[in-house]
Design a protein around this ligand. Sequence first.
Ligand code: HEM
Length: 175
Amino acid sequence: TKRKKERKAGTGLNTADTQRAEIVLKMDGELKKQLDMIHLTEEDLRILTQLEPVICQEIDRIVNSFYQNIMNQDNLLHIIENNSTVERLKGTLKQHIQEMFNGRVDQEYIEKRKRIALIHAKIGLEPKWYMGAFQDLLQQMLHIFENEQMDFPAYRRAVLATTKIFNIEQQIVLD
Ligand code: HEM
């Protein structure tokens, strides 16, 4: 179908896509060092924006299985029930994931993630469960990329950029 073709075109990692989105990588202080250490570059952010359409397309499926996976653990289900509702959390997670692919990592992006990490600490979510949830999310993304028509170099770039944006958030959670 036409829609499917457009979607595929958006993940081809070609130069036409490269020029579209605004890319911002702005950081200083220790976080700049943390980004340097994992070799996160503007090129990675550009690749993430090229993946954004396919992630958006799959976003409902992604958040549904994310919370299914969490609710399979009764300790985590209790944390959710005591603090929020799955419906509300699905909305905030959708936005959160989309921001990972929008080509922008600046002080505001980091501050927001620090606040979210703090919220999780306050509700008693231990980092080990947080990390487990990240891995589930990563595996879902890799699964989505595998189903796209990408050659190996494009797949490799997608995996690297995605693991880097996940890693910086995990660094913040563990800080
Ligand atoms: C809140 C993301 C893991 C439970 C939130 C919010 C975001 C988010 C964006 C909204 C914060 C706000 O209101 O501004 C994530 C991400 C995770 C993760 C990216 C890991 C990849 C988990 C896990 C649990 C959980 C494993 C299991 C219990 C909650 C709860 C809230 C929340 C209960 C609501 C807190 C409150 O409003 O007081 N999360 N989350 N999260 N998350 Fe997570």
